[in-house]
Design a protein around this ligand. Structure first.
Ligand SMILES: [Mn+2]
Length: 323
């Protein structure tokens, strides 16, 4: 159905979700180049700007940040958007919409809905689509789709690392994707300041609750010292989470004096969102966050104690939302 619709379209717009990730960004670009191979006119428009390290990809220069015009396209492809609002696009009501997603929770809001929760990444689905379209999968398209899968599986470490993911990557490498180049683009792009910051933050590591909770902290002065205004800190948390026996990492980030954003990353049965909800925040099963107020010395003593209580109160299940 998608193949036929695409064949009938002359001009297409593609959009990813708000705060786009490597999967949706790389897949949006790959599909744009694929449809251009078929002689279509294609724009990629995202509401939010492209984050690091994808902002360094030369192909990302073709992404327009903003809104798809209210008219002028035969269809809009939405990638990994559970509903229209997830795209941040405001002019879509009149458009024919194609919804492509690999997450379970999807509202099936479009004219064509293709939702496959068994796909490792939306890039994996896009490869299947490209193989059905009358076009050649160029090395550039293959490289982008490979990047989508590597990025979404966390370099083949997350639970979506399936035989199907490897099978798709095999086809992509055969079509010209370069795994070394992809790793370099994704992971070897750090600036020296970030590595200094990593050292500073990790040196604050404090193990609590018999080694089940790791606490790390970052202060505004740490960012100033290395001349960084904003920085992606996900990989810093990953280091703390890699400690044997850790169930949850609490990452205290100073936003303002006596205001701390706490990111929780958990493993196994430790339910990050339930912990965050206790403090008025929210998130996902293994990644969540909340904000706390007060002097750092008190917060860093009390918050981990409360979290330890929540973890031990309901082992194997989420603790109550409030206590
Ligand atoms: Mn994805």
């Amino acid at each position: 159905m998608i193949v036929r619709k695409i064949a009938d379209c002359r001009r297409l717009a593609i959009t990813a979700h708000l705060r786009p990730d490597g999967d949706s960004l790389s897949t949006a670009l790959a599909l744009a180049f694929a449809l251009e191979e078929m002689g279509k006119e294609v724009i990629v428009v995202n509401k939010d700007k492209t984050p690091f390290p994808f902002s360094h990809f030369p192909d990302c220069a073709r992404i327009t940040i903003g809104q798809i015009p209210a008219q002028g396209y035969d269809a809009v492809i939405l990638l990994e958007c559970a509903d229209v609002s997830r795209s941040g696009q405001e002019h879509l009501p009149g458009y024919f919409k194609i919804n492509i997603d690999h997450h379970y929770s999807n509202d099936f809001y479009a004219d064509i809905n293709w939702v496959d929760p068994h796909a490792s990444a939306v890039g994996d689905m896009a490869l299947d689509l490209c193989e059905k379209l009358p076009m050649r999968i160029t090395p550039r398209i293959a490289g982008l789709l490979y990047c989508a899968i590597v990025s979404d599986t966390g370099s083949f470490q997350f639970s979506n690392t399936t035989a199907r993911a490897f099978e798709a990557c095999r086809r992509l490498v055969l079509a010209g994707a370069d795994p070394i180049k992809t790793s370099e683009a994704l992971y070897h792009n750090t600036c020296p300041g970030k590595i200094k910051l990593l050292g500073q933050v990790l040196s604050t590591l404090d193990m609590r609750a018999d080694g089940t909770i790791a606490v790390i902290s970052m202060f505004k002065r740490d960012l100033q010292a290395v001349n960084l205004l904003e920085v992606d800190t996900e990989d810093i948390t990953t280091h703390a989470r890699s400690i044997k026996g850790v169930q949850a990492v609490l990452f205290f980030k100073e936003m303002e004096p006596e205001v701390f954003r706490v990111s929780i990353r958990s493993k196994g049965d430790a339910h990050a969102a339930a912990i965050a909800e206790h403090f008025g925040g929210g998130g996902h099963a293994h990644a969540a966050g909340f904000t706390v107020y007060g002097p750092y010395e008190r917060l860093v003593r009390e918050v981990p104690e409360t979290v330890a209580g929540l973890l031990s109160a309901r082992p194997g299940g989420p603790p109550p939302a409030s206590a």
